[in-house]
Design a protein around this ligand. Sequence first.
Ligand SMILES: NC(=O)c1ccc[n+]([C@@H]2O[C@H](COP(=O)([O-])OP(=O)(O)OC[C@H]3O[C@@H](n4cnc5c(N)ncnc54)[C@H](O)[C@@H]3O)[C@@H](O)[C@H]2O)c1
Length: 274
Amino acid sequence: MENVKGKVAFITGGASGMGFGMAKAFCNAGMKVMIGDIEQQPMDRAVAELQKAGAEAACVKVDVSNRDEVFAAAEATIETFGKVHVLCNNAGVLVDGRSEKVDVDNWNWVVDVNLWGVVNGLQAFLPLIRSHGEEGHVVSTSSMAGMVNFRGSGPYNATKFAVVALSETLMEEHKKDNLGVSVLCPGAVNTKIAESGRNRQGQYGGTDDNINAPMAALLPDALDPDIVGRQVLEAILDDQPYIFTDPSLRRHVSERFRRLNEGFDWADNCEALK
Ligand SMILES: NC(=O)c1ccc[n+]([C@@H]2O[C@H](COP(=O)([O-])OP(=O)(O)OC[C@H]3O[C@@H](n4cnc5c(N)ncnc54)[C@H](O)[C@@H]3O)[C@@H](O)[C@H]2O)c1
């Protein structure tokens, strides 16, 4: 986007962490922000902080895995601000564990929030962003776990690869129009992600107070989410498709591509294809 001043953004998971970082950066740039989150009190506090700083901000309670609630949130955004230009599909939860061991409730939870949450966001908001003819942008939060597969996180990795796939598809589909598309692939960022269980809905087993210890151990040295918020704003203005928060992790992606190339080298000499 060339100009974001006065434009409207809807941010899922905007009550905390990177989503709130995005909300602050967008408001500082003169945008209007609607936060959609499952946690009412942190969301109210976030909006109060933005408003105190002089921003036009509002919120709507939404569970991104619930299609009807996401469509209702889109309606509320239009009722509040008239239009919407930027969608940040950012809400996500961390489920740790090997694919064969994670129970079906947790599998469903992570897929419903991390994948269906993004699909619901696209289906509810993209037609609205396209409807006014002005420029727009979609940012979906994946992870470095959407670029390389970390051990012991099969379900999470699967959802984050899916977010990259959806985003890259959108990039191809909107190459020639005024919709920008980015996928945010953070490394470790100091947020409440290790406490994801605080928001596990009843149908998946309810609140889980356990803190994800391996993730929590990384957080004190991890990046400030406000920096990521500013980086996302810069990426929207630069129309930058891939947003990496930790350039030192490039080597993991290079290593993955090296292994993929080895697969093609093997196929070049494979007896069955001769
Ligand atoms: N923190 C990291 O190191 C890291 C790294 C890579 C990717 N990510 C991704 O970043 C995104 C943002 O997470 P964060 O790190 O800021 O964590 P966070 O827990 O601080 O923020 C996540 C927000 O999403 C909300 N949320 C959770 N479930 C929801 C639901 N069903 N509907 C609506 N809102 C819901 C939470 O209430 C919270 O406000 C997630 O998609 C996460 O997977 C985080």
